[in-house]
Design a protein around this ligand. Structure first.
Ligand SMILES: NC(=O)c1ccc[n+]([C@@H]2O[C@H](COP(=O)([O-])OP(=O)(O)OC[C@H]3O[C@@H](n4cnc5c(N)ncnc54)[C@H](OP(=O)(O)O)[C@@H]3O)[C@@H](O)[C@H]2O)c1
Length: 323
């Protein structure tokens, strides 16, 4: 079944939005210098790249950190580095975010926290040039890039609503535009089509943006906000699990045109802490500039279908239903 919506989306594309994206890709983030002393930031994938620099940024402003990482060694090194250098407290929870049981466990651990969570940054992500399936037969990129944030947000929803004033930020990507045809809900695991790294990545990021439409409604008026951002095209360790050819191209060609990931960390700090972001929810930012995402990311009908499908893929409670 080809996506019948392609023609509809195609008509909704606006050149000024594309031009704005191109312009924003060259821009710098707004800077926030406010302190965040003893406030709690939860960051996934803090052992490398954008997550690592963001953890350092929050730590340098006095924040307390709780990182969700998969590597015990890298987590211990991060803890010792940040606690030693900034005198803050940095804890971590271990989870492989490609495993649904790990995602659910870590979300339930967050549920037990006594300290209020001020900011949650869903940052962990992967880019795979070859299709990989999880133990449950799901596209791995889809699980890490989308289902992890869907499950954690859903499990935490009631707790966050009760305590209010949490900012959820999802590190998304302009790459959601690679899914220009929309989400193929009948083939999320790439069994009917040829897999491509860019398309799988774009689909997972698109799914995350669609879920934001529903989460923003769920959190409306509660003090909890949820936004997504493109962190810039920046130099990180992304794609290292791919083969030698990809890694060579990345190191010798792609990396040369990429910007330093400090801009992503500054943008995430601004989105998480600045007064200007108070109450702003359901928006997509290119660094710190609000931008309209591609038409498939604004399709509420697709968002509802995806929501249903995501609940079927997991066994969590539907937070859009009143008890
Ligand atoms: N770099 C860019 O230009 C760019 C552009 C747009 C969007 N993004 C997004 O930015 C986010 C961060 O990416 P990055 O570029 O900083 O890449 P990175 O350097 O590869 O960092 C990715 C982080 O995610 C963690 N991670 C990966 N798979 C995981 C899993 N299964 N369970 C738990 N943690 C896992 C990694 O842990 P390990 O340290 O153990 O590997 C690492 O800490 C991603 O969501 C990516 O899609 C990046």
């Amino acid at each position: 079944m080809k996506n019948k919506k392609f023609a509809k989306y195609f008509k909704e594309y606006r050149w000024p939005n594309i031009a704005a994206m191109i312009r924003n890709n060259r821009g710098d983030p707004k800077i926030c210098t406010t302190d965040f002393k003893d406030r709690l930031a939860v960051i996934s994938g803090a052992t490398s790249g954008i997550g690592y620099l963001t953890a350092r940024k929050f730590a340098s402003h006095g924040a307390r950190l709780l990182c969700i990482n998969r590597s015990p060694e890298r987590s211990a090194a991060l803890k010792s580095e940040l606690e030693g250098e900034f005198g803050i407290r940095c804890d971590y929870l271990l989870a492989d975010l490609s495993k649904i049981e790990d995602i659910e466990r870590v979300a339930n651990e967050l549920l037990l926290l006594e300290k209020h969570i001020d900011v949650i940054i869903h940052n962990a992500g992967i880019y795979l040039t070859k299709r990989e399936l999880t133990d449950q037969g799901y596209d791995k990129v889809f699980v890490v890039q989308y289902l992890a944030s869907f499950i954690i947000n859903s499990i935490l929803a009631e707790k966050l609503k009760d305590s209010g004033k949490t900012r959820i930020i999802m590190v998304n990507s302009e790459g959601h535009r690679f899914a220009a045809w929309g989400l193929r809900l009948d083939d999320l695991n790439w069994e009917k089509r040829r897999y491509s790294g860019l398309k799988s990545y774009g689909s997972a990021k698109l799914a995350q943006l669609l879920s934001m439409l529903i989460f923003a409604e769920v959190f409306r008026g509660t003090g909890v906000t949820i936004n997504a951002m493109h962190p810039g095209a920046v130099k990180t360790e992304t794609g290292q699990e791919n083969g030698p050819v990809y890694r060579w191209i990345k190191r010798n060609i792609l990396d040369r045109s990429l910007r330093p990931a400090q801009i992503s960390a500054s943008a995430l700090y601004y989105l998480g802490v600045s007064d200007e972001m108070e109450g702003v929810s359901g928006k997509f930012f290119n660094l710190t500039t609000e931008e309209e995402p591609a038409p498939p990311a604004l399709d509420l009908e697709a968002a509802r279908e995806l929501w249903k499908k995501s609940l079927e893929m997991t066994d969590i409670r539907d937070i859009t239903m009143k008890n």
